[in-house]
Design a protein around this ligand. Structure first.
Ligand SMILES: [Zn+2]
Length: 185
């Protein structure tokens, strides 16, 4: 009788992995080197480049991030300020919007720590802190990654400041850093 692999429910797995037998069975083979944990969210949870004007009319938001600026849209008819940036005013439904800079400083309105079940591409960064930032002088709060201090050392009302960071694929995104902490991840 010919020896066969136990059925794994995945037909063809053995045949599709032509690993040399001696190497596969060697017990003194060094452990496979894994990539070190990723300390920051260098991957974004999206499925196409959102800053590209071919895909979205809020492309100026992402272009401004590359210049180190946090921006959003304001309705030029009723003056309402939107978050997230809009392509039509949610109040009057007009499209006469202008891009404006937002304040860079704020405070932590709420925060939590992600310890598991991180979004796709962010698993290597756990644990990490996310929070709602009350932007000074803006009529809304932003959800963001919070960096610079561990969860246990944070308090409500903590001053935080906007900063940008590079994404692995060349894009730029934003996060907030606890004020007076070093500019490392
Ligand atoms: Zn409006």
């Amino acid at each position: 009788m010919t020896p066969s692999l136990p059925s794994s429910g995945s037909p063809g797995v053995g045949a599709a992995s032509p690993v040399p037998r001696g190497e596969a069975l060697s017990s003194d083979r060094p452990p496979r080197r894994e990539d070190p944990p990723d300390p920051s969210p260098l991957t974004l949870l999206d499925f196409y480049p959102p800053q590209d004007p071919r895909w979205t009319r809020i492309a100026p938001f992402f272009q401004a991030l590359k210049d180190g600026r946090l921006t959003t849209t304001r309705c030029s008819r009723d003056g309402s300020l939107h978050w997230p940036p809009a392509v039509a005013c949610p109040k009057c439904h007009r499209e006469e919007l202008v891009w404006v800079d937002l304040p860079r400083d704020g405070s932590l309105y709420a925060f939590s720590e992600v310890r598991g079940g991180a979004p796709l591409g962010m698993e290597g960064g756990v644990p990490f802190v996310v929070g709602l930032v009350e932007l000074t002088g803006a009529p809304f709060r932003l959800f963001s990654r919070i960096v610079g201090r561990a969860y246990a050392g944070l308090t409500l009302g903590e001053p935080v400041r906007f900063e940008t960071f590079p994404v692995r694929d060349g894009r730029v995104f934003y996060r907030f850093r606890v004020v007076d902490t070093p500019a490392s991840p």
